[in-house]
Ligand binder design. Structure first.
Ligand code: SAM
Ligand code: SF4
Length: 179
């Protein structure tokens, strides 16, 4: 099941057009959800608010909270699974993706790509993730280090290339990968 099959009237890329209304009051529930699946991170980017201030104790979203939110939104066309934190540190992430895919949502998240490997990459493919957005915020190793604080530019490039090669080799057209 995918987003267009379950919610044929809503284009997940242009979900906002489906909520246009003449009225000042909403006529139906939300169609897009941003879930901060964790506020933990393994980087300290100079641009990121969490580098400078801890607003809440570090934690991952529990399965019970996740399902209780998603279950309230039957018309959910699009779900974004990052907030300020690194979603690929969340153990339940592939399970969350699968849960959303089974309800017909288009699912994506941004990641810093540091822990992308064959095992968790395969789990995300199997879960049906639609889009994986890898944040570099830099064009080379030097600017990466200056902005993201660690000398990880080549490591992340390697992770992304290996993931794309796996997809090509095995014919997986999802998730769409961008950087
Ligand atoms: C906060 S991060 C969370 C996901 C993941 N940790 C990552 O870096 O992609 C989400 C996106 O916000 C971007 N970002 C970082 N600092 C930002 C800022 N001050 N304003 C807007 N976006 C920012 C990151 O580059 C990333 O693409
Ligand atoms: S990797 Fe993402 S969440 Fe972590 S510090 Fe950088 S921008 Fe913030």
């Amino acid at each position: 099941m995918d987003g267009t099959a379950s919610h044929p009237a809503i284009d997940p890329q242009r979900y906002f057009e489906s909520v246009e209304t003449e009225s000042e009051r909403p006529e139906h529930g939300p169609v897009c959800l941003y879930l901060e699946t964790t506020n933990r991170c393994n980087l300290l980017c100079t641009t990121c608010p969490r580098t400078y201030e801890e607003l809440e104790p570090p934690a991952d979203m529990s399965w019970a909270l996740f399902t209780s939110i998603v279950d309230q939104i039957p018309r959910l066309a699009r779900a974004v699974l990052h907030g300020v934190g690194e979603p690929m540190l969340v153990k339940n992430l592939p399970r969350m993706v699968r849960y959303l895919k089974d309800r017909g949502s288009y699912v994506l998240f941004n990641t810093n790509g540091t822990v992308l490997n064959e095992k968790n990459g395969r789990a995300l493919i199997a879960a049906g993730l639609d889009e994986l957005r890898v944040s570099f915020d830099a064009a080379n190793a030097e600017s990466y280090k200056a902005i993201r604080g660690k000398n990880f530019f080549n490591r992340i490039l390697k992770n992304v290339r290996a993931f794309r090669e796996l997809q090509e080799r095995e014919g997986h057209d999802k998730p769409r990968v961008s950087a």
